[in-house]
Write a protein that binds this ligand. Structure first.
Ligand code: ZN
Length: 341
């Protein structure tokens, strides 16, 4: 089968023939229809310090996918051949305290498809049946292929009660934009999203009813007073990993405000802790998706009017994957989806 493989140290990925994955008794074999390119895949493409330390080579990359089950392991009874699925790419262990108490997303032994294990940039994917998530007919393959990052957005946005709250989202990448759409969907009052990239701010305004703010040219304080925010934002969702964005978020929150952090700063960064203590802020780190609560809520919201399709700005055949990665590397894209059919 064809797959996008990281052959060894260095930049890029190669599309080449590899053998089809073999499945065990508890696995399913999925014929991949569509895949999303993630920021993680860009780290692997670029072969930065994180990738060099984390990713074994050669490896089939990719972890955002939708497809169809074509074979079942002999012990799989609750799924069927022909079923359309997406799936959780975090493969969890069963021995840690967190796993055994049902908090699967906190299992420290988690291994990721396309990062530690063979991934979904391929015609076929082996996945534990436990990780497969059946797709209703109302969710097509293209949306199915971006449920992983939408799940990050949903997990982050639902970290705190947003009903009637003023929400600040820093970072208008695809996940920030989708988090804005989720915040709006669940009933936030004002949703403001900041970035310094005009294209991404335009895209945010197309996807959701939000106020985009270019912090390179606009003063966030002016926007807040225009929206009649007396004290500040109630909730902050940090999606950029930028030190300046986090500083501005801390500055713009109300006393007792709450922050969910999904963005990953590059290395250590200075944080004004006294400001955080004296403002009595709550900070929560967010990792992955809650397995499978986030999936349940996300699919329910999609079936109930949440629309994030416009966040997909580029679509390519898998054979043209280089154009997809170029679009991602340009910084001038939303989600990029590859077609494997
Ligand atoms: Zn991803």
């Amino acid at each position: 089968m064809k797959a996008l493989v990281k052959e060894g140290p260095g930049e890029g990925l190669d599309l080449r023939d590899v053998s089809e994955p073999e499945i065990g008794p508890d696995d399913v074999l999925i014929k991949v229809h569509k895949t999303g390119i993630c920021g993680t895949d860009i780290h692997i493409w670029n072969w930065d310090a994180w990738a060099a330390r984390t990713v074994p080579t050669p490896l089939v990359t990719g972890h955002e996918f939708a497809g169809e089950i074509v074979a079942l392991g002999r012990d799989v009874t609750d799924l069927h051949v022909g079923q359309r699925v997406s799936g959780e790419g975090h493969l969890i262990g069963k021995t840690s305290r967190q796993s055994r108490s049902g908090r699967f997303h906190l299992d420290p032994e988690t291994r990721g498809i396309g990062v530690n294990e063979p991934g979904s940039f391929a015609e076929y994917l082996r996945l534990p049946a436990f990780n497969a998530v059946p797709l209703p007919d109302t969710i097509d393959d293209e949306i199915g292929a971006i449920l992983d990052p939408l799940g990050n957005a949903v997990h982050t946005a639902l970290s705190f009660d947003l009903i009637g709250e003023d929400v600040l989202i820093t970072g208008a990448g695809p996940i920030g934009i989708m988090a804005a759409a989720v915040a709006r969907h669940v009933g936030a009052r004002h949703v403001v999203i900041t970035d310094v990239n005009p294209l991404r701010l335009d895209l945010a305004a197309q996807v959701a009813d939000v106020t985009p703010v270019n912090v390179a040219t606009e003063d966030l304080k002016d926007v807040m007073s225009r929206l009649h925010m007396v004290q500040g934002f109630d909730v902050g969702l940090e999606m950029s990993g930028s030190q300046a964005a986090l500083d501005q978020m801390v500055e713009s929150l109300v006393m007792g405000g709450r922050i969910a952090l999904l963005g990953i700063p590059p290395g250590k960064s200075p944080v004004d802790w006294s400001r955080i203590v004296l403002k009595a802020l709550t900070i929560k780190g967010v990792y992955g998706r809650e397995i499978f609560e986030t999936w349940y809520k996300m699919i329910a919201m999609l079936e109930n009017g949440l629309d994030v399709r416009k966040v997909i700005t580029h679509r390519f055949k898998a054979a043209d994957y280089r154009q997809g990665f170029e679009a991602m590397l340009s910084g001038q894209s939303g989600k990029v989806v590859l077609d494997w059919t």
